[in-house]
Ligand binder design. Structure first.
Ligand code: PEP
Length: 227
């Protein structure tokens, strides 16, 4: 099975970057690009995903975007519960679950992000935290994806060891036998090959490195040869 690359631009990028992606990746398989919302219906050559939705189906929520609107413009994937949403916008597990349910109800695959903080990692609580997050964030469905993103690895240049990712993903696989499992957190063109080679890592979620078209191309090339 070919491995996945999901590129999360966060609040970065431009139409120019979208054009660069189109040129580099037009109609490529197993690549999902998550630009800011304004760019979501600007390309038919790329598989685009959203970074967030509102937890309400519709209504007086000025400035927000609903799951049905994403579906309306053909979006098939949406990140849910990214740690930056949890940290900056106070999103808790129950809200993450509500958003994931709205995605599923609109035929959008939620990519549900889970992961422990540095403090929890240092206290050896990773699996305990993940167990709780799985229980509280995941709707009862097989049509969702899970991204394991240790909070302390996001944007820091730090990653867990290969053995740590191996055992965490084995733990997740045991609970989620058929679900696509991504690893995210400081993936770059140098470590992508070894991370994508870890059993039960079905792909990577890439933040910082995806803003550089050369780096994301290298990561994508690695993913295409990983199995
Ligand atoms: C992310 O935003 O999900 C992420 C993993 O970021 P970075 O690759 O920069 O750590």
């Amino acid at each position: 099975m070919k491995k996945w690359v999901v590129a999360n631009w966060k609040m970065n990028g431009s139409l120019q970057l979208l054009q660069d992606y189109q040129q580099a990746f037009g109609n490529s398989e197993n690549l999902i690009v998550c630009p800011p919302t304004v760019y979501l219906n600007q390309s038919t050559m790329l598989t685009l995903g959203a970074q967030n939705i509102n937890e309400h189906p519709k209504g007086a929520f000025t400035g927000e975007i609903s799951a049905s609107m994403l579906a309306d413009v053909g979006i098939k994937y949406c990140l849910v519960g990214h740690s930056e949403r949890r940290q900056h916008f106070g999103e808790a597990n129950d809200l993450v679950r509500e958003k994931a349910e709205l995605c599923l109800g609109n035929s959008i695959t939620p990519i549900i992000c889970i992961g422990e903080t540095l403090e929890q990692y240092q206290a050896g609580k990773t699996l305990e935290i993940l167990r709780t997050q799985l229980k509280e964030c995941l709707p009862d469905s097989k049509d969702l994806w899970v991204a394991y993103e240790p909070v302390w690895a996001i944007g820091t240049g730090l990653t867990p060891t290969t053995e740590e990712i191996l055992s965490t993903h084995a733990f997740l696989r045991e609970k989620l036998s058929t679900v696509t499992l991504l690893y995210g957190g400081s993936v770059n063109e140098n470590n992508a090959e070894s991370i994508l080679g870890i059993p039960n890592v079905d792909g990577v979620l890439v933040g910082g490195a995806c803003l550089d078209i050369d780096k994301i191309q290298l990561i994508y090339q690695t993913s295409a040869s990983a199995n």
